[in-house]
Write a protein that binds this ligand. Structure first.
Ligand code: LLP
Length: 422
């Protein structure tokens, strides 16, 4: 469910026409819908057991305005770097609702988290535990820690975002968990508070989650038997979203919440969650203008002004995104097939292959849907293409929440060393 709809023949974000927005801010740009962000947050959090912490995974969309929109609803944040920590705090997320995840936290990042007074660190290895202990002792603090356990469950998602199997770098292997907790209990700078599992992203079935959560529950019982106090369980993120407008039923947050409630009922833990995509993906579109329509021998190419540097998901994960014309097509009008490509000099700069779309010409606008998560955050300036603009809409209001980078900004980023100076 989202608030991008055709009104009077034009695709709108809530009460704002995307064609008018394109005139004002230029293309390409990301456009986010406040009502959609809020709706997703509310649907997800209200499906969970009372008292759960929803720590929005900042990596999905770290724009300060998006973070602030969610913080105002009571969301916490799951951060994986000092930068994300700073952004979450700057957007008004209380430190007491911030979870610090990630396999490679540096000592400086740990110190920043301790100084801020965050809710907990999700620790992913024994060397990381030792480092956090050192940093906490040096700071005269104790770090609240959940160990992320790798349950060796296949989330049955794209291999590049499957994180819960033994072959991936994530978490402490299940077989090492008891020893790791025993070691942690001896460290004066560490306060063991819980267990953490996160098995992957864009997961569309509930079964892998249920398997992982059940394993976590068994581990909690074992750990308590070993004398540890386990009062928290972090169940990670990962619930997928519908990218294709077909008849497949989308993963349902309410069914997920019911499963969580059933499985964790007797665990006696405060739960936390780290949803990213579920909150942000369908709350954003990428609006782009057709530069040329190029007729090849085998294909017709729709060359648009957004490229893989602006939205890398199709190139990186062969991800499918719906693409629509911003001007509403006349029902029954022809739908020729296009390869929708960007201007970047790579064959993988391909958003869609042989995609039926309305007849389009140079200057027309298209919107790439479900682009609010892992879109702008993964954008870069490859081919010296300035970072694109981001816009947030709320009802009839809109604001530029990240200005487009200028070519002058881009040139000014580099430095000429002394020996090359004229
Ligand atoms: N928690 C942890 C520890 C994570 O690693 C992730 C995602 C999340 C939470 C949020 O997962 P979500 O609810 O968004 O599925 N760039 C890829 C996705 C990478 C996900 C990485 N970790 C994509 O565009 O599909």
């Amino acid at each position: 469910m989202n608030y991008f709809e055709y009104k009077d023949g034009v695709l709108c974000a809530e009460g704002v026409r995307l064609d008018l927005l394109a005139q004002k801010v230029g293309t390409p740009f990301y456009c986010y819908s406040t009502a959609t962000l809020e709706r997703h947050y509310r649907v997800f959090s209200s499906a969970l057991p009372a008292g759960s912490l929803v720590a929005y995974a900042v990596k999905a969309n770290d724009n300060l305005a998006v973070l602030k929109t969610l913080a105002r609803l009571g969301a916490g944040a799951d951060v994986v770097s000092g930068g994300e920590l700073a952004k979450a705090l700057a957007a008004g997320v209380p430190a007491s609702k911030i979870v610090f995840s990630g396999v490679g936290k540096t000592r400086a990042e740990m110190r920043a988290g301790l100084d801020a007074g965050i809710y907990q660190f999700n620790v992913e290895s024994e060397p990381e535990l030792a480092a956090l202990n050192d940093v906490a002792l040096a700071a005269g603090r104790r770090a609240a820690v959940s160990l992320r356990i790798n349950p060796d469950v296949d989330a049955r998602t794209h291999a590049k975002i499957n994180t819960g199997t033994a072959e991936t770098k994530f978490g402490i292997p299940f077989g090492h968990a008891r020893a790791a907790y025993a070691h942690a209990a001896m460290l004066k700078g560490i306060e063991i508070v819980g267990v953490d599992v996160h098995i992957g992203s864009q997961i569309t079935e509930l079964e892998p989650f249920e398997q992982a959560f059940t394993i976590a529950g068994d581990l909690i019982a074992t750990l308590r038997g070993d004398g540890h106090t386990i009062s928290r369980l972090d169940l990670g993120g990962g619930l997928g979203v519908p990218y294709e407008h077909n008849n497949e039923p989308p993963p349902d947050p309410t069914a997920y919440g019911a499963m969580v409630t059933r499985v964790t009922r007797d665990f006696g833990c405060k739960l936390s969650f780290e949803p990213g995509r579920l909150i942000a993906a369908n709350a954003g579109v990428l609006v782009s203008e057709v530069i040329y329509v190029k007729r090849g021998d085998a294909r017709t190419f729709l060359i648009i002004d957004a490229g893989m540097n602006d939205l890398v998901r199709p190139a990186m994960y062969d991800a499918f995104h719906e693409i629509v014309a911003v001007a509403e097509p006349v029902p029954g009008s022809p739908r020729p097939k296009y390869d929708v490509v960007g201007p970047v000099c790579e064959t993988s700069d391909l958003f869609a292959s042989e995609r039926p779309l309305p007849e389009l010409k140079s200057g027309d606008l298209v919107a790439i849907l479900t682009a609010g998560a892992y879109g702008a955050v993964m954008a870069g300036d490859y081919n010296a293409r300035p970072r694109l603009a981001e816009v947030l809409v709320a009802g009839e209001q809109w604001g530029i929440v990240r200005p487009r980078e200028s070519i002058a900004d881009l040139v000014a980023k580099d430095r000429i060393p002394d020996w090359l100076e004229d």
